[in-house]
Design a binder for this molecule. Structure first.
Ligand code: BG6
Length: 503
């Protein structure tokens, strides 16, 4: 019998894939962090599900072991939070659940029902996306998905527009869009959210934010890690699908969107989707000029020797054959254009890759140069830039020119970076992106989640790039690990007399 939903009860979170890497590395620690701060007192139960036949105690032991491992805490640090951890694990439980085994959903129903009543549930789907449809259908059949329950979808949302549409259609049969939270964890990063305040609360920047004063915009998401541990998945995916389709395009849409009429989820997402829809298609005619694909070979990162993409160990766990991935890009750089009034003529250079020189993500807003030079030092070599660093540290620097102090007769110029970073003394800035996003899920706020039309517009654009590079046979260029990608990627802005900002 279907349980009656009681909204007075504390809510339940069910993590499907609760013993998977993401849940153990990010989701459970984030929920623990929120619980420690007293921010999710409205949650009464957290149930992990998985195919493994674990009981509650062994699940908690697993979660505890991984939390300690991934946090990197010392024994003393762990001891200091032990009582908070003991309090948190009272919320935890485990249910063995194979996504397509309908009978096992009865066990889940039993676990979340007390005296014929149950609380509203958030289902966090952190498993293979091709199962999302079957999971939602089973939840519905078992009376576990009502109009007040919510679902959270982890990426990748499909492999292309077609498979994304299939997932969206299957989920939409069960959950309304207003109850569907599509996660892009980059939107949970503090500096990415700060783009909204920076742009729309400062009279200083708002008038400058267009093709009148901005020369070009660069978005770099550089990773030093390789794909070890996920090589087989990554081999079929590549950097464009794994990073550009979601994280980089989400950042781009936050940088380029028009001011929303209100600060609510739909007003913001209406503006973001317009940017994605305004991206000029990259076609077979122009893909060679606008896209560079790369694949890492062996080299050294942080003074350690590393193997190339095709030599990664974990192919051995699969069929051992990496040659079928010889044309998968682990790096991509591209020049995009947002075809509208505000941005016509301003190139957006995007790049991302694995095994690059170091891990950092930044947005560079490069302003137009002065039309005329008053000073003997040639300021035309210099452009004002706003450099927004997303990670590893979060800060914003405005690159300006100043007088070099001193008595020398001539006015000499020197670059000075004005630091616009916020550094709260109470440490409130230091939370993980998943904490921000899970808190918003618990509070039902969709502002930082992607609406279906945004994800679809992004796929439409990246699909056209993939079919264009397939058409013209644009192959990957090798780059040694520990560099910033194939040298050809330098030519992308250089062809326009510009260059990548190197931090
Ligand atoms: C994930 C990608 O979405 O983002 C990974 O699938 C990538 O390949 C990761 O490593 C990067 O996230 P972050 O927060 O470490 O920059």
């Amino acid at each position: 019998m279907t349980a009656k939903i009681n909204t007075e009860l504390k809510s339940t979170i069910v993590i499907v894939g609760g013993n998977g890497d993401l849940a153990l590395r990010k989701l459970i620690p984030a929920l623990f962090g929120l619980n420690q701060r007293g921010l999710i007192d409205s949650v009464g139960k957290i149930i992990g599900t998985g195919r493994a036949p674990l009981d509650r105690d062994s699940y908690i032991a697993l979660v505890d072991e991984k939390r300690k491992l991934f946090s990197g805490n010392t024994d003393a640090e762990n001891a200091a939070i032990e009582s908070e951890w003991q309090k948190f694990i009272q919320l935890l439980d485990y249910c063995k659940l194979e996504a397509t085994n309908s009978a096992q959903y009865d066990d889940l129903a039993e676990m979340i029902t007390i005296d014929g009543k149950r609380a509203p549930v958030t289902y966090y789907l952190s498993t293979v996306p091709s199962l999302y449809g079957a999971i939602c259908e089973n939840l519905k059949t078992h009376g576990l998905a009502s109009e007040i329950d919510q679902v959270v979808l982890e990426k990748p949302l499909g492999h292309n527009l077609e498979t994304c549409n299939e997932i969206h259609a299957a989920v939409a049969k069960v959950f309304d869009e207003s109850k569907t939270f599509r996660i892009d964890h980059y939107l949970g990063k503090e500096t990415v959210q700060n783009l909204l305040t920076l742009r729309f609360s400062n009279a200083l920047f708002n008038p400058l934010w267009s093709n009148r004063y901005i020369d070009n915009i660069q978005i770099t998401v550089a990773e030093s890690i390789g794909v070890a541990g996920r090589a087989a998945f990554y081999g079929k995916t590549g950097a464009l699908r794994d990073m550009v389709q979601n994280h980089l395009l989400q950042i781009l849409s936050m940088v380029a969107m028009e001011p929303p009429s209100k600060l609510n989820a739909d007003a913001i997402r209406n503006e973001k989707v317009k940017v994605l829809e305004a991206l000029s298609p990259i076609t077979s005619e122009n893909v060679r000029d606008n896209v560079v694909r790369g694949q890492y070979t062996d080299g050294a990162v942080d003074s350690e020797s590393v193997v190339g993409f095709l030599e990664e160990d974990d192919y051995k766990d699969n069929d051992g054959d990496s040659s079928k991935f010889s044309n998968t890009e682990t790096f991509v750089a591209l020049k995009a254009e947002v075809h509208n009034w505000r941005w016509a003529g301003v190139p957006f250079y995007l790049r991302t890759g694995k095994r690059l020189r170091r891990r950092y993500s930044e947005i560079v807003i490069e302003f137009k140069r002065q039309p005329f030079s008053l000073f003997e030092d040639d300021p035309n070599d210099f452009a004002n830039k706003m450099v927004i660093t997303i990670q590893p540290e979060e800060n914003i620097r405005l690159h300006t020119l100043h007088k070099k102090p001193g008595l020398s007769g001539k006015l000499k110029l020197q670059p000075v970076a004005l630091d616009l970073s916020v550094d709260p003394e109470d440490g409130s800035q230091s939370y993980d992106a998943y904490e921000r996003l899970l808190l918003d899920v618990v509070n039902g706020d969709q502002t930082l989640f992607m609406r279906s039309d945004e994800v679809e517009a992004a796929w439409r654009w990246t699909d056209s790039i993939i079919s264009s590079w397939t058409d013209v046979g644009l192959n990957v260029k090798p780059y040694p690990s520990g560099t910033m990608g194939p040298t050809k990627s330098l030519a992308l802005p250089e062809r326009d007399d510009r260059s990548w900002h190197e931090s």
